[in-house]
Design a protein around this ligand. Structure first.
Ligand code: GLA
Length: 383
């Protein structure tokens, strides 16, 4: 009897070892990260494009210029892979003009009123590059700098680590800010973005990714038929220059109530002051749940392809931007013309103008502290 037990145990062990070996072999065969030249910036430095592929064949392309996610290929209901984000085929496009396609935004994502903020009794003046306000880090934000890239290969994941040192005074912000952004593609079709930063002087920091999604055709048609869910009971209403008034307003009964899946186009032209200011949706929603904990923020669904992207984040807010400034003047990947509302951004972040809003969660980063946030875009298919 004892011998039989030992034999059974041995067989179980052998089967376990073989199946694990096969699994890891499959992983090694299919999960990969490849690098190719993407172009050159003005000073002649070569910029690369990294292609991350997971075991299901999902692909994410990222360049170390601006940390831009240039493509995300995910399956539809039939298992057909297509790109679902807007962008350019080559670096040239991004160097010429871009409404922040797919990039890392910083040092401060979103707007700062009049480009001015106070920190520890000192006033800092930033570029006003969006009407009277500062937007997305200024003239040359993190979307337009070259990041140092390191490839990451792990069990069940491939990734790209990007680092950048933003010098004290760059774009008017105080302190040397050392930034790390890790993009990880996992075998459950999730693109995880981990943001980290440390500073040697008190400063402000609010990082995000500015991908424009169109789950149907990567920007060939409007996103108005896409359905959206946002787990948010409040929005931060804005003035006509898109600076929050400081109020947290209930979304109940307004075009900002996305608590259940609702077509983006259903109320986008509503006779509503906030909608008029944003020319559609260009607003921060206050996410339910506890900031700092990774929880679901929202879900975007496209019914003809069955594609879904779930957004998970540790951030307190999300900027819903319905591509209102796309006007057909940009021709992107594969000759696609990006017209009015052909892409939607779901930018996880702190609320706009937080440095001037004492009642908003703080975006101050002090020496000795670590800025650390995570956002996950998880791709699924409705069968
Ligand atoms: C953000 C802003 C928008 C617009 C886009 C870029 O989402 O909130 O107003 O500036 O970036 O075009």
């Amino acid at each position: 009897m004892k011998n039989l037990n030992i034999v059974v145990l041995l067989i179980v062990c052998v089967v376990f070892i073989i199946s694990n070996f096969e699994c890891s072999n499959k992983e090694n065969l299919t999960m990969k990260i490849e690098k190719q030249a993407f172009g050159k910036i003005e000073n002649g430095t070569i910029v690369n494009l990294y292609t991350l592929t997971n075991a299901n064949g999902m692909k994410v392309k990222i360049t170390n210029y601006g940390g831009i996610v240039t493509s995300i290929y995910v399956p539809d209901r039939q298992g057909h892979f297509d790109d679902v984000v807007l962008g350019y085929d080559d670096l040239e496009g991004y160097l010429k003009v871009t409404p922040y396609f797919g990039c890392i935004v910083g040092r401060y994502g979103n707007r700062i009123a009049k480009g001015i903020f106070n920190l520890n009794d000192k006033t800092y003046t930033l570029a006003t590059n969006n009407g009277p306000n500062h937007l997305h880090g200024g003239i040359k934000g993190f979307d337009k700098v070259l990041w140092t890239a390191k490839e990451i290969k792990g069990k069940e994941k491939v990734g790209l680590e990007l680092t950048y040192l933003s010098k004290d005074g760059e774009e008017g912000y105080p302190g040397n800010l050392s930034v790390k952004v890790i993009y990880t593609l996992t075998n459950d079709n999730a693109l995880k973005i981990d943001y980290e930063a440390t500073t040697d002087q008190p400063t402000i920091c609010n990082l995000t990714n500015h991908s424009y999604f169109n789950l149907k055709d990567a920007g060939a048609t409007p996103i108005l038929e896409h359905e959206l869910m946002l787990d948010a009971d409040y929005l931060t209403p804005v003035d006509s220059t898109l600076i929050p008034t400081g109020e947290l307003r209930s979304v109940a009964g307004t075009p900002f109530d996305f608590k259940i899946l609702t077509k983006i186009g259903a109320r986008i032209n509503a006779d509503d002051e906030q909608i008029k200011y944003g020319m559609g949706y260009d607003h921060n929603l206050v996410l339910n749940g506890k900031a700092g904990e990774l929880r679901i923020a929202g879900k975007l669904f496209e019914s003809t392809t069955g594609r879904i992207v779930e957004v998970w984040t540790t951030e307190p807010g999300i900027q819903l931007y319905s591509g209102n400034f796309l006007d057909g003047s940009i021709t992107g990947k594969n000759g696609t013309v990006y017209k009015y509302r052909h892409g939607v951004c779901l930018e996880t972040q702190h609320y706009p103008d937080s440095p001037n809003q004492p009642n908003f969660p703080s975006t101050v980063l002090n020496p000795g502290e670590k800025y650390q946030t995570t956002t996950v875009y998880k791709f699924l298919v409705e069968k």
